[in-house]
Design a protein around this ligand. Structure first.
Ligand code: CP
Ligand code: NVA
Length: 300
């Protein structure tokens, strides 16, 4: 099928990805000015959530409404997906009724199978492997506060998880350098890292990774689905908290981002996430604007 899906940041070319960031800021201005912009009248977004969400659900649902369309929330608890109807059959059925489908699930392979059988664009709203929508918002946020991220240095401090993987892809696509500080045993996927060439590398020590960085990013130590590893991970990640010391190592005007939800006192100190360099609330808001740009693009 020839539909344009958005399963990873590698599905769109760098020019398109940059265009989405610019468009997101334009849509944000239109929205704040109270100017109606409803190009998606009568369009339907199906939202399949197999994991919890606050920001993703709210931003997609609000975004579709603002664009003149409608969003339908589906959870495995009350759909046949939760009773074993296959991913392939679900994709065939949902895509006969919706114009675009958003999925948050566990195995990335599941969304690949779904998209292969969908007659409409499919958006990855987080899998165990990637979280590309968050990166659109992060890139928009950086650009609104500091301008072009091209050539800048970003430090990822923490787990080599889905967000880290999307940051690795972002380093390739948006042309910045990514320093990754993660404890041994929690590295990002070797193939994803290798494919990024010199754009991303592991620099074990958080202070070294953060040295002169323009942006410091972290995420929870135990992602959704890893709750039972919480205690083990708390010990493994000791020394990997983004605290004042890490921010001091970074460039003087460095920003701090976190996709949220955050655990103050674990991956980030309260003084950092609630401090002057933190842009996490803009980052969360930008999920709305960035995904509106994405929806507009996929349904153009
Ligand atoms: N950052 C993010 O995706 O948040 P939710 O899990 O609340 O959607
Ligand atoms: N890495 C986190 C991101 C949450 C938005 C998780 O997958 O739970």
């Amino acid at each position: 099928m020839s539909h344009q899906h958005f399963l990873t940041l590698l599905d769109l070319n760098p020019e398109t990805l940059r265009g989405l960031v610019t468009r997101a800021t334009e849509l944000k201005k239109l929205h704040k000015a109270g100017t109606p912009h409803e190009p998606l009248k009568r369009k339907i977004l199906a939202m399949v959530f197999e994991k919890s969400s606050t920001r993703t659900r709210m931003s997609f649902e609000a975004g579709m409404a603002q664009l003149g369309g409608h969003a339908i929330f589906l959870s495995p608890r009350d759909t046949q997906l939760g009773r074993g109807e296959t991913v392939e059959d679900s994709a065939r059925v949902l895509s006969r009724m919706a114009d675009v489908i958003m999925i948050r699930t566990f195995e990335h392979e599941k969304i690949e199978r779904f998209s292969a059988h969908s007659e409409v664009p499919v958006i990855n709203a987080l899998t165990d492997r990637y979280h590309p929508c968050q990166l659109l918002a992060d890139m928009q946020t950086y650009s609104e506060h500091r301008g072009d991220i091209r050539g800048k240095t970003v430090a990822w401090i923490g787990d080599g998880n889905n967000m880290c993987h999307s940051y690795i892809n972002a380093a390739r696509q948006y042309d910045f350098t990514l320093n990754i500080a993660c404890p041994e045993g929690y590295d990002p996927d070797a193939d994803i890292l290798q494919a990024a060439g010199t754009s991303a590398s592991i620099i074990r020590n958080p202070l070294d990774a953060a040295s002169n960085a323009d942006l410091i990013v972290t995420d929870v130590w135990a992602s959704m689905g890893q709750e039972e590893e919480q205690t083990k991970r708390e010990s493994a990640f000791a020394g990997y908290q983004v605290d004042h010391g890490v921010m001091q190592a970074a460039a003087g005007d460095a920003l701090f981002m976190h996709c949220l939800p955050a655990h103050r006192g674990e991956e980030v100190a309260a003084e950092v996430i609630d401090g002057p360099q933190s842009v996490v609330w803009d980052e969360a808001e930008n999920r709305l604007h960035a995904q509106k740009a994405l929806l507009e693009y996929l349904l153009r």
